[in-house]
Design a protein. Structure first.
Length: 245
């Protein structure tokens, strides 16, 4: 079953959230300290992922163009509005608590190499081992997030299943678009680009700055397009050489 790994991943997030609810009554000061610790860990993870890049220009251009696209589409506003709608339906006591948990957890669980590699393995080889591993990691993270941000984390399982499920179902088409070398570059540069976004999430958790990470999500798609165009880079450079400065 192509979607088995993805469904297990979604279930693991839900179970992690349910376990996390047991510890939600811990003191606020403890929650704050744990959340700050998670923020630091997320920043470190993002830096580690970002340093994997072998084509830093792809990462920079992807983030710049992705930011323009994301701002035009107002992705941050739309997903936060969705979070606010879920919050109203769920009858949350603290305004913004469900939306913050939903958005933060969704970004952490969706961005990263494990999502892409695992979904591709599921779709191409029916090998779900990577997604099973990711499921265990996400279950633990969702439990910790729930203790600090509340039950809104559970709703992040839905976009995770949709995102990874789409990649798994389209795995054959994705493989046909990229050569084996390109596919390796794709995974590396998506990991690096995603690492920058993960780092931004950590900074948001630490309240150092506020980055609209959702508006940068299109950078992952832009990175894919740029890598697809890599074999034609000489042609593209020749084309631009005719443009007068």
């Amino acid at each position: 079953m192509v979607l088995l790994g993805t469904l297990v991943n979604g279930l693991a997030i839900a179970l992690g959230t349910l376990f996390g609810l047991i510890f939600t009554k811990i003191p606020e000061s403890t929650k704050t300290t744990v959340l700050q610790a998670m923020g630091l860990a997320v920043v470190l993870l993002g830096i580690k992922m970002g340093l994997q890049s072998n084509h830093i220009l792809i990462v920079i251009i992807s983030l710049a163009l992705g930011g323009v696209i994301g701002e035009s589409l107002k992705l941050d506003d739309h997903l936060n509005n969705l979070g606010a709608w879920i919050e109203k339906r769920a009858g949350a006591k603290r305004e913004g608590s469900v939306a913050k948990a939903f958005v933060t957890a969704t970004l952490v669980f969706v961005i990263g190499a494990l999502s892409v590699v695992g979904a591709l393995d599921s779709g191409l080889r029916l090998d779900h081992e990577v997604l099973y591993t990711k499921a265990l990691i996400d279950a633990f993270i969702s439990m910790i997030f729930t203790t600090t941000m509340g039950f809104g984390v559970i709703f992040s399982a839905v976009p995770v299943v949709l995102y990874q499920g789409t990649i798994a179902l389209m795995a054959t088409q994705i493989q046909s678009l990229f050569s084996p070398d390109q596919l390796q570059v794709l995974i590396t540069e998506l990991t690096a680009t995603g690492g920058i976004l993960i780092c931004a999430i950590g900074l948001n958790l630490l309240k150092i700055i506020h980055v609209k990470v959702l508006n940068l999500l299109p950078s992952l798609v832009v990175a894919g397009v740029l890598i697809y165009l890599l074999p034609y880079k000489n042609t593209i450079l020749d084309f631009f050489s005719f443009i007068p400065l």
